[in-house]
Design a protein around this ligand. Sequence first.
Ligand code: SER
Length: 638
Amino acid sequence: MTANEIRSKYIDFFRKRKHKEILPAPIVPPEDPTTLFTSSGMQQLVPFLKGEPHPMGKRLVDSQPCFRAEDIDEIGDNRHTTFFEMLGNWSLGDYFKIRQLKWFFEFLTDKDKGIGLQPDRLYVTVFSGDENHKVIKKNGEMPALGPDVESINIWRELLNFNPNIPVPDGEEGFDPKVKIYTYSAKENWWSRAGVPEDMPPGEIGGPDSEVFYDLGAELGIHEKSPFKNQPCHLNCDCGRFLEIGNSVFMQYEKQKGSYFKELPKKNVDFGGGLERIAAASQNKQDIFQTDLFTPVIKAIEQASDKKYEGKFKVSMRVIADHLRAATFMIAQGIEPSNKIQGYVVRRLLRRAAVKMHTLKGGLTPVPGFQGICYEVIRQYGGVYFEIAKAREVVGRVLVQEMDKFAKSLDRGLKVIEKQPPEKIDARFAFDLFQTYGFPFEITQELVALRGKTIEKAEFDRAFKKHQQLSRKASAGMFKGGLADQSEATIKLHTATHLIHQSLRKVLGSHVRQEGSNITAERLRFDFSHPKALTDAEIKKVENLINQKIKENLPVHKTIEDKDEALKSGALAFFKETYPDKVSVYTIGKNPKTNWFSKELCGGPHLKSTGEIGSIKITKQQSIGTGIRRIYAILDSRK
Ligand code: SER
């Protein structure tokens, strides 16, 4: 069955069981300042899992493109990627364990209604409990989080597993006759923050039950792997067992300390990786041989003149993954830059470029990137409509970024070639980062070609030292990029907040502050946006700012918990460098319920916007890929 057929079949299966299909969230969630990327289908549903009614009802289904940045360096085995599609179904306080497990099993194994996998290839895991955490029940009792006996019993029936054989601890090893295993919270508990002790108060989660597909003992996957000396089991890193679905019983909210409260309603949050389900259904040993990847791998083979085999496999998997991820991100408006998400896109593209170089075995820039990304667009254009529309943007961004990188790569490679081996160290890696924009990971891969290794910790030390030096250098500056604290400068500072929010309202929420500098004469504001603003857009931004000045909105200052402030929608410039308690400036009639702009900021600001008078945007320019700069002055004519 093709992956497209599996995706449709899954959605239809749940639609027939009264689920409404919801639209997937963009890969960079616009309304969620707490996370950089959409990394699971449930992310857009957090408020509804916590109890808010969902406008589409209590049963939902979708297919969600996801990105997990934390896996970027792990790609290369038979099943991991940063980018993947997650099939998801949810019960918001409706059905619970019995229906979920029964339906998913039916979808996996039924030849007509589902995809017809052989049940004897399937094994499952359930939560073994956690004595260190307690549940505060409505009746005042506080039992420990116990093992998931209910799921064990449901699986016994579905898998026809002898009730007299006990369910063992999964870590102890695998026995083909035993179908069900228990694991601790590390494997069988799900929350966005991980295990119970890592969850902050307010985070939701619960025990989960995973289904694994056995690729087969006969392939000798475990025996050929670096893990061959340890006993193989379902969660073994050797890759013999593919985890193809995770039913999370999302029923708890973390409290302070080691306590959980039951959510008002018990939910199901299911997620299954389409790539892996396709590998199981198409009888492939790795996801890169499914039809979701073969056209992309073929394009990589053509561009590099190498075959997907032997030692080339790992590089081709990385290139395929990174270019799929980058294509989706660029198509959804994230362009390469040196800040936050844009930096991730840049790293993905540069890493793919370096891998392409090493595959080709030469130092000439490798053509064919566009062809690979167009293949991704061709494949997904019919499923995710914004991808089909983005061909032109993706093509343009790739040319710009690759040209830029090819030049610095060639220069950097020459520098590496010339550097005496004894001088290839962390300091050298840092200089390459400063001068040529080589991310550390790339330098590491390049110097590895010369048989050298550089420790990340040493590079981090060099980086920290540099940061301290530049902090000292800028200590004379006022906070927030203000040159002085004159009346005109403060007026322009408050105007900067209005500009930031107005740009977001007019151009879209992809706009983020990339820098600012304010003197008594003018303000300068840098922000992410892929192209020049039209005259009409500039007028619109200017009018919106001046309207907010006319409304004479009060400016409120509050001290808030950083996470709370970000959650409430406050914008931040460098999120990671703020302390836990932050000062927040809110412009609007009511700082809680009716505001126009809200930012983490050290001030100083005016008392109300009317004091600004009027603003005029005087100039715009590009200062790098995807970054625009505008200048504005106080308009003295008004
Ligand atoms: N949230 C769970 C996961 O990401 C299931 O959807 O695995």
